[in-house]
Design a protein around this ligand. Sequence first.
Ligand code: SAH
Length: 255
Amino acid sequence: MRLGIISALAEEQQGLVEAMRGPATLIHGKRAYTLGQLWEIDAVCVLSRIGKVAAAMTATTLVEKFGVTHILFTGVAGAGDKTVQVGDIVVAEALVQHDLDASPLFPRFEVPLTGLSHFQPDPQLSMRLSRAAHDFLEQDFLDAVGEGERRAFGLLQPRVHRGLVASGDQFMTDRAHLAGLNAALPGLVAVEMEGAAVAQVCHELGVPCAVIRTISDNANENAAIDFMRFVKSVAAQYAFHITRRVCRDLGTSVR
Ligand code: SAH
């Protein structure tokens, strides 16, 4: 197995390249792909930058040029439902492009000429991710995230959710827009800007993928306040420890 690990922002993947053994970086299509051994797993780490096109190109390149067999997207997202809170973790059970609308020619959200609106990530890889997320919260969280940050962001009892993740080329800051999406997309747990693009590429290329997101904001008018502070001081820790746990888990099972 060779695992491709994508994030949009550098902080969402902080420390991973440094943790690699024998890293080698290759620039392709204006992105840096770093290959190496990550906790016994053969891995390729890359930053896609933000948005669906950027993510789709990166996922395609990982498969076609770097021969990855699995893709993991790790990053942050806005909460897609009132039950989901800042500091919670979301593992995608399905992904949809919320800004795709070719109606009335095709149903809203459907990717024209595929008959599909929802793309499913790999159940096994997603299960490993949820397990890693639970173990992170139970065993690493208190040490990984300082008390000051926990208090500043009100992180009392973070939880793991499985559900629908909606992606679009929009940083969501409008609660009325979010309420509309929530009504149109049952089971919505998070909104972000890349996951469904990666899921479509992986579906079309026949490569298993999984998407995990730390909730950074409530996708309303306050979404941008403290966004970067959260990503740097909280989400970066989540991503590092959860990825470490997943790679170790995969490493013991493929050997
Ligand atoms: N202010 C940032 C921009 C981040 S865009 C900057 O200047 O760099 C937000 C990123 O986090 C995207 O990659 C997206 O996937 C995710 N995200 C977090 N909260 C989001 C929200 N409310 N709406 C859409 N995407 C969100």
